[in-house]
Design a protein around this ligand. Structure first.
Ligand code: BJW
Ligand code: ZN
Length: 247
């Protein structure tokens, strides 16, 4: 990554009035939270369907719960990194700012971001499989696996979005509206292979937004990006923010 690319990104962001930030697991990598795909990723040596599908949960709920319990333990120890912090401060910099994340770790909120659009749910919410009652649950470790619904006694599940399930419609609609109307989309730390979330980038580009991508590796959306910053988010976002402050 070169200074000239940072400068180009700053020049795109400086006049922007409506900004959408769209994040994936990579934004939390420097906080010590594992990503999904690639070396050392959560899916390595594991079939995705075993742990992140309704079928997998039906087949072995305790196994799936152990997987999420472990993730909750790790995330509970994690702290937001400078990328989360910058993305939080931008809510006060731009006239309209939306932060849509695929992440379920809650680190954007921990960094101070308000009204985060959680496209894939949260590790910190659970939902009854029978009556649908949802509640926040921050207890690490959980007192019992699986947790049981206080209303009807049935088993609770983690309130994340598994493969084959619909994203929360109001959250997706809000993200889509922001994608259709933003001047600039900043995409941070996602392989952009999981739909419909990844489709937000195409929607924004199609509607005429400039796209800035932050990812140390090549992703599925290089062809949509106006500027690609190939370096870790925790390094790049503070540089972008410093550039904006100078202007
Ligand atoms: C850094 C960095 C640093 C590293 N700085 N960057 C064919 C078969 C089956 C299904 C489908 C199919 N075609 C389409 C589908 C639909 C499916 C889908 O998209 N599948 C594709 C994978 C093919 N989608 C769905 O099923 C969705 N629902 C849906 O479509 O409903 C309609 C429907 C209903 C009924 C039937 C059919 C359709 C739901 C998707 C839910 C995704 N859920 C997960 C798990 C959440 C729970 C959990 O956390 O356990 O969400 S999957 C997982 O992937 C998680 C993530 O949010 C998501 C995206 O991953 P992300 O964030 O991009 O992470 P990585 O690891 O992939 O990438 C990290 C990136 O960071 C890398 O690029 C690194 O380089 C980078 N990085 N360090 C910056 N320091
Ligand atoms: Zn219930």
């Amino acid at each position: 990554m070169h200074d000239v690319e940072i400068s180009r990104a700053v020049e795109i962001l400086r006049p922007a009035r409506r900004v959408l930030a769209f994040t994936g697991a990579g934004v939390s990598a420097e906080s010590g939270v594992a990503t999904f795909r690639g070396a050392g990723g959560l899916w390595e040596g594991r079939s995705i369907e075993e742990v992140a599908s309704p079928e997998g949960f039906r087949a072995d709920p305790i196994k799936v719960w152990r997987f999420y319990e472990e993730r909750r333990r790790n995330v509970a120890r994690a702290r937001p990194n400078p990328a989360h912090t910058v993305l939080a401060t931008w809510q006060d910099r731009f006239e309209r700012y939306t932060l849509a994340t695929q992440n379920v770790d809650g680190l954007h909120q921990a960094a101070g971001s308000r009204d985060v659009l959680e496209l894939h749910g949260s590790l910190w919410r659970v939902r009854c499989v029978s009556c649908g009652t949802e509640r926040d649950d921050l207890l690490v470790p959980l007192p019992q696996l699986p947790p049981l619904c206080a209303v009807c006694g049935a088993m609770e599940r983690i309130a994340v979005v598994w493969f084959g399930e619909f994203l929360p419609p109001d959250v997706m609609a809000a993200a889509q509206a922001a994608a259709e109307t933003c001047d600039v989309l900043v995409v941070v730390g996602t392989s952009a292979v999981v739909y419909p979330a990844a489709g937000l980038v195409g929607i924004a580009a199609e509607a005429g937004a400039k796209v800035i991508e932050v990812n140390p590796e090549a992703s599925a959306l290089a062809h949509l990006a106006d500027v690609t910053l190939r370096a870790p988010a925790g390094e790049v976002l503070p540089l972008l923010d410093a550039g904006l402050r100078e202007g």
